[in-house]
Design a protein around this ligand. Structure first.
Ligand SMILES: Nc1nc2c(ncn2[C@@H]2O[C@H](COP(=O)(O)OP(=O)(O)OP(=O)(O)O)[C@@H](O)[C@H]2O)c(=O)[nH]1
Ligand SMILES: [Mg+2]
Length: 303
């Protein structure tokens, strides 16, 4: 079942990171088959997923054999480079001299609205001043207020209508006024909760088709999925559903500060080929970083 309503339980209680557990693994094994078997268990627990783990460990086993690797750090280094090759990333920047529309999607509570505010701040700092926030989450009454507060904090205008308004109409109006004002970037929020999953998908497809009809050739449109890193393999299922509904261009992983895992990046990259653009590491507006596979892996493997 997809986690469309309730938050998956976090792993805060079992926070013992992959790096430390890898060290323990090497301390307790010689380089033999049992090491690779326990490594598989460890990677599955870190949310890499069964099939991706098997492929990664098979490749590692081959490399250890052909390269005659025997030192712990060499083998861990090889594991990191195998994983690094599986991860896709994307530098997500608005294109200059164009209207850019970034539609932000994701199930409820993953951090969409906060991430929009973080992105506005991030791009604002980079000198992209003409940003407008679009309150496309009209399902939840407090959502518009939340985005208005972020608009005040970041200094950008917010286009909104009343609760219950048609989200496609709100985003349509935002694009119309952005074009009239010559603004360069629309960051559009969406609802993560609907009465059920079919409604959510239909709603997003409607928003997507309204945006497509409104945009002109040369405008830049990206659909960005937000995934909460504490939801583990559920993140992969969410990515599959949203990607099937509207074709996701990039993913932002949030709450990386609250989990010891986060291996689902590898399985999402490997299975769906969707690149990661940013990683959120806290609740403050400054807690957003462009996603870098090597520093993500350093972090995942740190002890
Ligand atoms: N620790 C941590 N908390 C985060 C991060 N990003 C968002 N949050 C928190 O997660 C909670 C939900 O964030 P929202 O931005 O409201 O999530 P949303 O996806 O817009 O939620 P809905 O509008 O209800 O669908 C808030 O308490 C945020 O402060 C992060 O990177 N780290
Ligand atoms: Mg929200």
């Amino acid at each position: 079942m997809l986690n469309f309503g309730k938050k998956a339980k976090t792993d805060a209680g079992r926070k013992k990171n992959l790096g430390r557990r890898l060290l323990e693994l090497f301390n307790n094994h010689s380089i033999d088959e049992s090491l690779f078997e326990d490594l598989e268990d460890l990677l599955i627990e870190s949310d890499l997923g069964g099939s991706v783990t098997m492929e990664v460990v098979d490749e590692l086993r081959d490399r250890v054999k052909t390269e005659r690797l025997s030192a712990r750090d060499e083998i861990i280094g090889e594991l990191k480079s195998i994983l690094s090759r599986q991860i896709k990333c994307l530098k997500l920047e608005p294109e200059s001299d164009k209207l850019n529309v970034f539609l932000v999607l994701g199930v409820n509570g993953v951090g969409k609205t906060t991430t929009i505010a973080k992105m506005a701040r991030y791009y604002g700092e980079k000198g992209i001043g003409d940003i407008v926030l679009s309150a496309g989450d009209t399902f939840r009454a407090a959502a518009v207020e939340q985005l208005k507060i972020h608009g005040e904090r970041t200094g950008f205008r917010v286009v909104h209508q009343g609760p219950g308004a048609d989200p496609a109409a709100v985003i349509f109006d935002t694009i119309t006024s952005a074009k009239a004002k010559g603004e360069k970037l629309v960051l559009a929020d969406t609802a993560g909760r609907m009465h059920n999953r079919t409604n959510l998908v239909k709603e997003l497809q409607k928003i997507d088709s309204v945006i497509r009809r409104k945009l002109e050739p040369g405008d830049c449109y990206k659909k960005i999925l937000v995934i909460d890193s504490t939801t583990g393999q559920n993140g992969l299922q969410q990515a599959e559903v949203f990607n099937e509904a509207v074709e996701v261009d990039a993913i932002i992983l949030t709450k990386y500060d609250s989990t010891a895992r986060g291996g689902n990046i590898v399985s999402i990259s490997r299975k769906l080929g969707i690149p990661f653009a940013f990683i959120g590491k806290g609740e403050q507006l400054t807690d957003l970083e462009p996603f870098e596979p090597d520093s993500y892996l350093e972090d995942l493997f740190s002890y």
